[in-house]
Each structure stands twice: as structure tokens, then as C-alpha cells.
Write a protein that binds this ligand. Sequence first.
Ligand SMILES: Nc1nc2c(ncn2[C@@H]2O[C@H](COP(=O)(O)OP(=O)(O)OP(=O)(O)O)[C@@H](O)[C@H]2O)c(=O)[nH]1
Ligand SMILES: *[C@@H]1O[C@H](CO)[C@@H](O)[C@H](O)[C@H]1NC(C)=O
Ligand SMILES: *[C@@H]1O[C@H](CO)[C@@H](O)[C@H](O)[C@H]1NC(C)=O
Ligand SMILES: *[C@@H]1O[C@H](CO)[C@@H](O)[C@H](O)[C@H]1NC(C)=O
Ligand SMILES: *[C@@H]1O[C@H](CO)[C@@H](O)[C@H](O)[C@H]1NC(C)=O
Ligand SMILES: CC(=O)N[C@H]1CO[C@H](CO)[C@@H](O)[C@@H]1O
Length: 453
Amino acid sequence: QPIMNSKLSENHQKEICSQLGHVHLKLLYKATVHGYTASAFHQQCDSLSPTVSVGYNVSGYIFGGYTRQPFNQSGQYANDDRAFLFTFEGRKLIKYPVANAAYAVRMMNNCGPYFGESLVLVHTGKPIVYSNAASYYPFNAAQMHGNDLNLIDCEVYQVLALTVTEVTKFEDPWRTVTWNLEHKLELMNYIENYKPLISSVSQARILLIGPVGVGKSSFFNSVNSVFRGHVTNQAMSGCSSTSLTTQFRTYSLKAGREGRLLPVTLCDTMGLESSNDTGLDIEDITSILKGHLPDCYQFNPAAPLDPEASGYRKSPSLKDKIHCVTYVLDACNISIMPTKMEEKLSAIRKKANHLRIPQLVVLTKVDAACSLVKEDLTNVYQSIYIKEIMQQASTKVGIPLSCIVPVRNYTETLDLDVNCDILLLSAITQMLRSADNFYDDFSDQLSALQTRE
Ligand SMILES: Nc1nc2c(ncn2[C@@H]2O[C@H](COP(=O)(O)OP(=O)(O)OP(=O)(O)O)[C@@H](O)[C@H]2O)c(=O)[nH]1
Ligand SMILES: *[C@@H]1O[C@H](CO)[C@@H](O)[C@H](O)[C@H]1NC(C)=O
Ligand SMILES: *[C@@H]1O[C@H](CO)[C@@H](O)[C@H](O)[C@H]1NC(C)=O
Ligand SMILES: *[C@@H]1O[C@H](CO)[C@@H](O)[C@H](O)[C@H]1NC(C)=O
Ligand SMILES: *[C@@H]1O[C@H](CO)[C@@H](O)[C@H](O)[C@H]1NC(C)=O
Ligand SMILES: CC(=O)N[C@H]1CO[C@H](CO)[C@@H](O)[C@@H]1O
């Protein structure tokens, strides 16, 4: 590989990237290095995407086009409704969006980047531009390239998601956390001594909902490890079944070597899937929220819940109901959550809202999502990237940012990681505060009823 220096300045690269999100540019093809030939262009660029192609003329114009479609040599048109042509006026990017998306790019084997019939760089394998402002991208030719159609260089860049090491930090954390042992002990103390506001309830009942593999078991194990003082992998407490069928499981948290019960029960629905017919459906979840289901209840995904089934609670009391719903999501792939999963979560949220159950999101694997956080967990509220993910989670689930809590799981090698513990304990603390809101609301309703009588 010859050494290639970008002709596109740092500032111009930034301008382009700011149009495209959290990305950077990687130079694939440079005409003055690889040659002004169609074959050199295709050899360097085919099948890679998205790309930004840039032409330079002697007059100093810098212009080109962006497409998400990978180049090939089939002769076909490629549809891309986000394609655009551009030029620079000083540092400022002028954008000419595609007007006919079906013809955004043409995969010509005898040319370089070919945008509609509007702009072709390295036209017929020569250092020239083909320009037709009347075609699929309306643009002003004088503004774009000053009608100078001779190239002094042409570059094609691939648009890549920013590697997390390149992510910069906020100077100050946007949420303040005291990262020390004292704070950890405070949080533990709060949880251990927590009492639900209603005397008939001895444990806050928290439902964890999330797709398989997001780290629900790890979360439970990790929290339990903090209280046990060592790593535990007990998970399947209560039920002996390890079958893969959908099951409603509950976990109690225990403290110390003697295993004193903590005032929190975490319930796991298992098997939330994005398809319609598999996994839990919305009626099953509603039954859980209302407290109808006994622990270890085995779902039959093919048949609706049977109120005559053994253990079905026909008139559940407050202690059987769910007091807080916690969605558990993987920080690594929030942005590619399937639409079906979004819809399912939204349906659950509506149910929970209707039953006035407070809701949170626990965001797992923040270390895997961001290398700044992997290096040092206390970067979690300084990483711009993590904040962005949290905002995405907030939008996708429809829960305010203040109700999104990031965590990392506990590992053997980090048996005394106070920072990891603080995040885990903060998540539990938030759940208990939410449960308190539920009890408050319940008491209010109750006293309203009594007043009426
Ligand atoms: N890096 C990293 N990996 C994690 C974290 N939490 C969980 N994992 C890994 O993610 C994988 C899935 O975690 P599980 O806890 O088994 O997922 P789950 O959602 O409980 O899956 P089910 O119990 O089958 O519903 C495991 O390999 C964990 O080791 C985390 O905070 N950071
Ligand atoms: C070439 O690109 C066109 C348009 O995007 C696409 O429909 C076609 O499948 C591609 N062909 C190959 C061989 O990649
Ligand atoms: C997201 O990550 C989870 C594991 O955390 C995995 O099971 C799931 O398949 C991933 N989803 C996508 C769309 O990649
Ligand atoms: C946390 O995740 C790691 C892998 O990332 C795994 O080896 C470990 O067992 C998990 N810890 C717990 C407590 O589940
Ligand atoms: C899934 O369910 C929704 C609403 O219940 C319905 O509109 C949609 O058509 C279903 N999709 C499939 C693939 O069955
Ligand atoms: C080499 C060349 O063709 N240069 C032209 C670049 O475009 C300007 C118009 O702005 C012409 O004046 C140059 O001759």
C-alpha cells in the first residue's frame, strides 16, 4: 500500500462528518496515487460503504458526493434517499440532496464515482468531471466547481463509525457520582435497611424485561456478588428447571455469608423476542405485572395463559404485583434494535403506564460499548458516546433520560472494584425509589377511596 496523504483538510473532514453522525473518514482511493482509471477506483472502493467522493480542481474547488450504496460495476442504478452532492464555500459545506433517489448512484465500470447523471468524477477514466446540473441532483455548477471540470485529484473515503478511543470526553461529568468506598457503603446501607412504605409488602418486586443475552443474569449475579462480598453465579435460584422454554423466574438478593434476605426481589421474564409469535406476549406480561403468576411459572408460548392453571393467583395482593418495571438493554447495540422489539417494548410501556407502575432502563455492558469506560468506569458520565447511547435508549423506550442507569457486570478479576459496585448499587437504589413512588401512588388512591366512603 502506497502512503497516501489526504488532500481534504481536517476541518473539511469534520464538516462532512458532522452531517453523518459519529463517524470518521478513511481514505480508500486517491487518483494521484492509484491512477485516474476506472479499474483503480473499483479495485480500491467496490463493495465498501458508505463513501464520500471528493474532487479537486486547480481553482481550488472541493466538491463531490456521499452515498450509502457500495460501488460495483453492474451498470445498474442504486437507490439512496440520503445521497447528496456537496461543495465547500470556505469551510462551510453546501449540500445538494438527491432529488430522485432511485437514480442516486450508477454503478459504471468505466468511470469513477458516478452520481445519477449529474456528477461523475474520473469520467471515462480521465482526470475530468462530467457535470449536468439539470439532472437528478439539482445544483449550481458555478457554485459547486466554478465550471472547472479538470481534476487535480480525486479521493474516495469510506465513512466509518468512530472507534470509541477517538471519542472525546465532556470536561465535567453530566451526572455527579461520588466514586469512593464511603458512598458504596452508604448505598449498601440504604438498600439493606430499605422498607417498602406499605406494611403488607416486605420486598420491592422489580420486573426485569429484556431480550435474551443482554445480561440480565449477569446483572443479578453482579448485584448479589456485591452484597455477598465475592463473585457468585447462583442465578437460577428457586427453580431447578434450566429448560429453554419461557419461564417466569424470581431471584432474591442475599447479603453476607449467612445469606440474609434483602428487601428486593428481581423477577426475570426471559425470552422477550422481537418476532410476534415467539417469546412472551403482551398478555403474559400483563398477568405478571398484576401479580397473577407464581414464581417458576412455565409459559406455553403456543397457548394463552390458563387462569385455571395451578398456582395462578386469581386475586393477587399488593405484594404479588410488580412495583417497578426495569427494561434491560445492551449498550452495544441499542442503535440497531429491531423495530419489532421497539414496538413490543412500547406496548409493555403502555400497559405499565396504565397500571401506574414506574419504569427504568438498565443499560448493560457500558464497558464493551466504550473504551473510555473500559479503561476507567468513572468515565461513564464523561463519555459523550455513552450519553448518546443513553439518549437513544430514552427515545426508543420512551423513558426520560433521568430514568436510564448504566451498569457494568462484576468479574472475578475486579473483586474489589468500588466503582463497578457503585453503579450496580445505584441501579438498585433507583429501583427502590421508583417502587416507593408506586406505593405512594397506591396509598393516595387508597385514601381517596376511603375519603369517598
Ligand atoms: N463486557 C461485559 N459483558 C457483559 C456484561 N454483562 C454481561 N456480559 C456478558 O454478556 C453475556 C450475556 O449475559 P447473560 O447475563 O447471560 O444474559 P441474559 O440476558 O441474562 O441472558 P438470559 O439469562 O439467557 O436471559 C455473557 O457472556 C456475559 O458475560 C457487562 O457489563 N460487560
Ligand atoms: C450492484 O449494485 C446494484 C445497485 O446497488 C445492486 O442492485 C446489485 O445487486 C449490485 N451487484 C453486485 C454484483 O454487487
Ligand atoms: C444485541 O446484543 C445481544 C447480546 O447482548 C444479542 O443477543 C442480540 O442478538 C444483539 N442484537 C443485534 C440486533 O445484533
Ligand atoms: C461478567 O461478564 C464476563 C464476561 O464479560 C463473565 O466472564 C463473567 O462471568 C460475568 N460476571 C458475572 C457475575 O456474571
Ligand atoms: C404482529 O402483530 C401486530 C399487532 O399485533 C400486527 O399488526 C402485525 O401484522 C404482526 N406481524 C406479523 C408478522 O405477524
Ligand atoms: C485548470 C483549469 O481549468 N482551471 C480553471 C478552474 O476554474 C476556474 C473558474 O473558476 C477557471 O478560471 C480556471 O481556468
